[in-house]
Design a protein around this ligand. Sequence first.
Ligand SMILES: C[S@@+](CC[C@H](N)C(=O)[O-])C[C@H]1O[C@@H](n2cnc3c(N)ncnc32)[C@H](O)[C@@H]1O
Length: 219
Amino acid sequence: MLKDISAVITDPPYGVEYRGNEWDKEIPNWLSMAQSVSNCIIFTTGIATLWQYPPADWVGCWHNIAGASRSKLNGFNHWTPILFYGKPVFAIDTFETKFGVTVNENKGIDHPSPKPLRLMRWLIENSTNPDDIVFDPFMGSGTTGVAALQLGRRFVGCEINQKYFAIAESRIQSAALQPALLHVAQQSVQRTGGESGQQNLFTVGNPPPSKARGATRRR
Ligand SMILES: C[S@@+](CC[C@H](N)C(=O)[O-])C[C@H]1O[C@@H](n2cnc3c(N)ncnc32)[C@H](O)[C@@H]1O
């Protein structure tokens, strides 16, 4: 399954201890592993920790007008970098969310930092094709998986925290059952793995064809 990943689209820990979350203190050493399964990697990160990653092919911007974290210039910052490795096709490299919208959208999701669903849809839509496999190794509440299914993509995800994994599983299962969706209503959700978070990997959709897809950009 992992050799057929079209794109790794994720939101890893930023290494900034956001809201005191233990898991956010350090950036795990994950990028080279992701690059061994796909040549299209896209992820959000913090401004302060951006430099801990190797130079990317491009840096995009999530302009979050509603966000207001402290900047080192004694002010506030309202944007989040998006690092692109590989060459997906984005006509515009900036995505904007309006004041209050993200807060309303994320109501009821018991995770400290869920990303806006529309942001993840935008990333997926511009970097993959229908039926491609999207992998999120840090899925948190499962937003990337929901977005992937809504767009007719297949999805593989990992989450180390059991509670967040359960939330992701429930959200992704609900998305798989949405009758309005194109092909995914027919698809099954399979859970695999054991007790450890990293093994809590599940897949949605049919098994991939034996031939590797290897898509690096939207065709
Ligand atoms: C920034 S959050 C992702 C939020 C997600 N985008 C959403 O919309 O809910 C990062 C997640 O990575 C998880 N995590 C941290 N280290 C991990 C690891 N080594 N393997 C898998 N998940 C990990 C954390 O538990 C956290 O839920």
